[in-house]
Design a protein around this ligand. Structure first.
Ligand code: PGA
Length: 244
């Protein structure tokens, strides 16, 4: 059984400020009990962060960005720095999500640089790793994780506030999840390389959350699609609270 559970909702490019404010307020109301035994995080799009912080109010729900730049400020069109996130009351950020890696040219190096900068201003970090389907089929999962996690481990100055999310790319948004054995095995590999909490991500839903979260090396979940609805996200949080 896992020791601590963190349930994070990654909204991707869904929900503007008005929806974010009311969703986070409703989620906080729906998860008062669960929030006593686990950490609940919501990651809205950048434009909705301030409204989400407002909606969270005095609840224990934390708001994270979906990305953060490595520079404090500068000529980086479209990017947001860690201190800007801090100014909004945001408490952490995702870095290196596979959609960033696949669609926006994110690499192990830029992921590590973003992590270092975020931690430098006191933000918590969820650093994402995970293999492609072809890599798994070729038996390269462990090698890919060693490379991705190695880059994070090498750059990390201390481990506090650092979390890794294992998201097999073939399981993201596809309705396919890793088998319990595949998830446990990958999490154990990651923890051997970097002893931090490891979240599972990839089609986590209310009906599969309990068994995934009960695995010994699974410390929480990074939830995409199922985090867009208050009831289903609250149900995943309930599964997390039971596994805690
Ligand atoms: P999913 O997304 O739960 O919709 O598969 C997970 C993620 O990309 O973080």
């Amino acid at each position: 059984m896992a020791i601590a559970q963190l349930i994070a909702g990654n909204w991707k490019m869904f929900k503007g400020p008005a929806q974010a404010r009311s969703f986070v307020a409703a989620l906080a109301d729906a998860t008062v009990e669960q929030a006593e035994s686990l950490d609940i995080v919501v990651c809205p799009p950048a434009v909705s962060l301030a409204a989400a912080v407002d909606g969270a109010g005095a609840s224990r729900t934390q708001i994270f960005g979906q990305n953060v730049h490595w520079a404090e400020s500068g000529a980086f069109t479209g990017e947001v720095s860690g201190s800007m996130l801090r100014e909004l009351g945001v408490s952490g950020a995702i870095v290196g999500h596979s959609e960033r890696r696949q669609l926006f040219g994110e690499t192990d190096e830029t992921t590590a640089a973003r992590m270092v900068a975020a931690r430098g201003v006191g933000l918590q970090v969820i650093a994402c790793v995970g293999e492609l389907e072809a890599e798994r089929e070729a038996g390269e999962t462990e090698r890919v994780l060693e490379r991705q996690v190695g880059a994070i481990a090498e750059a990390a100055d201390g481990l506090e506030g650092l979390v890794v999310a294992y998201e097999p790319i073939w399981a993201i948004g596809t309705g396919r999840t890793a088998t319990l054995e595949q998830a446990q095995e990958a999490h154990a590999v990651i923890k051997r390389l970097l002893p931090v909490p490891v979240l599972y991500g990839g089609s986590v839903k209310p009906d599969n959350a309990a068994e995934l979260l009960a695995l010994p090396d699974v410390d929480g979940a990074l939830v995409g699609g199922a985090s867009l609805d208050v009831d289903s996200f609250a149900a995943v949080c309930t599964a997390g609270a039971r596994a805690a």
